[in-house]
Design a protein around this ligand. Sequence first.
Ligand code: KIV
Ligand code: ZN
Length: 508
Amino acid sequence: MANMIKIFDTTLRDGEQAPGFSMVLAEKCEMAKQLERLGVDVIEAGFAIASPGDFESVENISKIIKNSTVCALARMRDKDIEAAAKALKPAVRPRIHVFIATSDLHMKYKLQMTREEVLSSVQKNVAYAASLVPEVEFTAEDATRSDPQFLYQVLETAIKAGASIVNIADTVGYTAPNEFYELVKGAFSHVDGIEHVTVSAHCHNDLGLAVANALAAVSAGASQVECTINGIGERAGNTSLEEFVMNLKARSDFYGVDCAVNTQQIYKTSALLSSITGVKVQPNKAIVGANAFAHEAGIHQHGMIANRETYQIIAPETIGLTSNRMVLGKHSGKHAVEQRLQEMGYSLSEENMEQAFRQFKLLADTKKEITDRDLEAMVIRRTISIPETYRLENYSISMGNQISSTAWVRMVDQNGTAQEAAVASHNGPIDAAFKAISQMVDVPFELADFIISAVTGGTNAQGVVYAKIKYEGKLYTGSGVSADTIEAGIQAYISAINTMIWATQQTL
Ligand code: KIV
Ligand code: ZN
């Protein structure tokens, strides 16, 4: 069994390709930087041939990432492999990841290829990729529904052709832990040369077993596991990184292996992904859910006071959850706020800090104690460098349950020019305000989603609003935070518009 398990993160590829999780370049770059801080060994940055945007993401991430390997996905085609190699050129540690399906079902209906044709494609394309970059990963797609003997033959062919990582994929989340254990274990006795390469597992969560199957693969000798933050990914998602890693850490007595992830960065990485995509994890999600460390039952609370280990197997600090040691409020100065943010791992530019402090002061007028979660909600999206093409200056709304709502909104653009519009709507204040803003922006986008949640409890809690807008088939996310939910909604809508404008300018 390997002592150190390599963590291959595919949030930006398998995760990002899932509906509702698309990200723009600046968001992907910020996410990649955070993944590097988290200490993942490999960042799969995208599928370079898929679109110019994907190519650009792989190329930009290759430029900024210095410690983790940067990987690009490619089908078994010259053009795919060449695009991956080209996008990876600036990477310190580039890896091309080629894949082909090995199940009879996929070969017959999807690829329309015979076993012999698949074998010769693996030989040719792995060798070609290996001639362009120092490290090639080969994936047998739908491996868990493949004839094991054929699968082993394919893996051996890939190794002979130059793959240094062979990945066994449970593409449709079909396998069971014991079965997957046997399949991976079998590779070690049936595949010549396997002892010289890294054996990897890539699991999907269709039956809720992605983490269990990845752990079974580790027990069978796999030394790389592919996962995503918050378990996002195609359909029911992939192995959740935070759950897999915390299994290794919390049960090191059982698994006897470790990984290089800095667990203190787990919470922040999960929160950043949620704020970028506007998709929160469910409250009862293991490790990063809001209730993961909450103890409601009196008997549990009593036990916890006597000895925390009675009902807690992981200390929340292990994943970077902080508890306010210093109470921030109305009388706290900028220095105290900045220091607390730094302790939480946020270092903001001077301009962002100014804005965050102004927001802090406004909140402190209505809320007595400001928690770490409040601070985090205010600053988390500020770390992503998307210019504010439009900024909300003022708004006023007249509304009631017997009258139509009228919203007046004034925005300032990048050049300092102010615009204003007023719109009446029978569909409430948010609809009126959004229509006023759309009138000023004059781009035919539409609102795709609008999610409101509270940062902490109480009627004076801050509201976090995510708005997703759709333009030319693509989704753009924005967020707003304020104790006034309508204001947070307006900010979220403007922030989504700014993301859209910035992203469309990048691809012109
Ligand atoms: O699920 C899968 O098989 C994949 C491969 C492309 C690695 O995502
Ligand atoms: Zn996958």
